[in-house]
Design a binder for this molecule. Structure first.
Ligand code: FES
Ligand code: FES
Length: 160
């Protein structure tokens, strides 16, 4: 299978990778781009652990071909923290609220929550629930996750 060159911007950095045409964006991010923060759970679009933001929308990276990302702007969990390493308010609030246990789902939920707060800085509890409805967590029971996202929204509003 002839490989293709794909150029995109990930976490504000221009990247060029060479992949097979059937390579998923998830595998390309984790392997060719070396960004292993995005997790591979089901690999069939069921669990949300592979969520990244692509051109402003949360997507399951396991369901997107890497070649479809040509020219795209992508944010992975590695792109949430500030350039000086300061955690994103969502990351801070997840720590404060104890919103992670094993942590396998956490990168995908953080990215889905960031996409929510980017488009809706003051979401209701129902809007938070809807935004993370595609992210399965086997540990937390979701309450602390929802509390953390609500707290992050309040913190962001206060600092704006
Ligand atoms: S790994 Fe993509 S949705 Fe589960
Ligand atoms: S913290 Fe373990 S799956 Fe969510």
């Amino acid at each position: 299978m002839t490989k293709r060159v794909v150029s995109f911007t990930v976490n504000d950095e221009a990247r060029e990778i060479t992949v097979a045409p059937n390579r998923s964006l998830l595998d390309a991010l984790r392997t060719e781009a070396g960004l292993t923060g995005t997790k591979k759970g089901c690999d069939v679009g069921e669990c949300g652990s592979c969520t990244v933001i692509m051109n402003g929308e949360p997507v399951n990276a396991c369901l997107v071909l890497a070649v479809e990302a040509e020219g795209a702007r992508i944010t992975t969990v590695e792109g949430l923290q500030a350039a000086d390493g300061t955690p994103h308010p969502l990351q801070d609030c997840f720590m404060q609220c104890g919103a992670a246990q094993c942590g396998f789902c956490t990168p995908g939920i953080l990215v889905a929550a960031k996409a929510l707060l980017d488009r809706n800085p003051a979401p209701t509890t129902d809007e938070i629930r809807f935004a993370i409805a595609g992210n399965i967590c086997r540990c937390t029971g979701y309450s602390k996750v929802i509390d953390a996202i609500a707290l992050a929204a309040t913190a962001q509003e206060a600092s704006a």
